[in-house]
Design a binder for this molecule. Structure first.
Ligand code: SF4
Ligand code: SF4
Ligand code: SF4
Length: 234
């Protein structure tokens, strides 16, 4: 198996529900080990996040657009975060491809975080141990949960269904099919880490008939159509 995520950049609205659901689940998770906050009510709050949503402004005004890009561990097939680890704490599972950290072996040296080009690893300063996305390994195999809930917390929380989880080794899985049909892309492919997660690029704006085809110029209908066309270009 090759488990991973598909993230649809066309429908991600940048709401951060995935990031907060991740933090909520993994804050209590024995497998992930926790995601602490530092000085959360203070002047400079910070903390460990396994999933961070980055926002970019692309294009030139008036055809500019905000692109929201959630990023977590890509569970790379050639992961330098594993090979640089001096203690063997960082490892990739043969059975499903999930990259994990053994907290008993981790000495918090930070080598793996420096080796990760995706910023996917963050040091737990309280425990002196590295933390990262586990694909919610303690949810996805939990036989006590209904099958529909055996998904990573971020996938379950996403209100716009921008996130999908599954097996990329199965050509008939939803993630493989979506990635094939929508030209799913890995991030920073040239770096050679062979990330598993795929990003579906934003679609071209929908083609709405020109206002003059809908109604006489100057009518309310015509003005509404012009407004719709303007909005979908943003
Ligand atoms: S995204 Fe970073 S932490 Fe995750 S497997 Fe790749 S190199 Fe390692
Ligand atoms: S921080 Fe921990 S997991 Fe990362 S390289 Fe050092 S020992 Fe290995
Ligand atoms: S929850 Fe979904 S829509 Fe919101 S930021 Fe995450 S991926 Fe995007």
């Amino acid at each position: 198996m090759k488990l991973g995520l598909v993230i649809d950049l066309d429908v991600c609205v940048g709401c951060h529900a995935c990031a907060t659901a991740c933090k909520e689940w993994n804050g209590e998770s024995l497998m992930a080990g926790g995601a602490p906050d530092y000085d959360p009510q203070g002047a400079e709050p910070s903390g460990v996040w396994f999933n961070r949503v980055r926002h970019y402004e692309v294009g030139d005004y008036p055809a500019n657009k905000t692109l929201n890009v959630p990023m977590s561990c890509m569970h790379c097939e050639d992961a330098d975060c594993v090979t640089v680890c001096p203690t063997g704490a960082s490892y990739k599972r043969a059975e499903d491809g999930i990259v994990l950290i053994d907290p008993e072996k981790c000495m918090g040296c930070n080598y793996c975080a420096w080796a990760c080009p995706y910023g996917a690893r963050e040091l737990d300063r309280n425990e002196g141990v590295m933390r990262k996305c586990t694909l919610c390994v303690d949810r996805i195999y939990d036989q006590a949960l209904p099958i529909a809930e055996r998904q990573p917390a971020c996938v379950l929380a996403c209100p716009s269904h921008a996130r999908h989880f599954g097996d990329f080794d199965d050509p008939a899985s939803a993630v493989s099919t979506m990635s094939r049909e929508r030209d799913g892309q890995p991030l920073f492919e040239k770096l050679g880490y062979r990330p598993v997660n795929r990003y579906l690029p934003p679609r071209e704006p929908a083609q709405v008939p020109a206002p003059t085809d809908l109604a006489p110029r100057g009518s309310l209908q015509s003005k509404l159509a012009a407004m719709v066309n303007r909005l979908i270009q943003l």
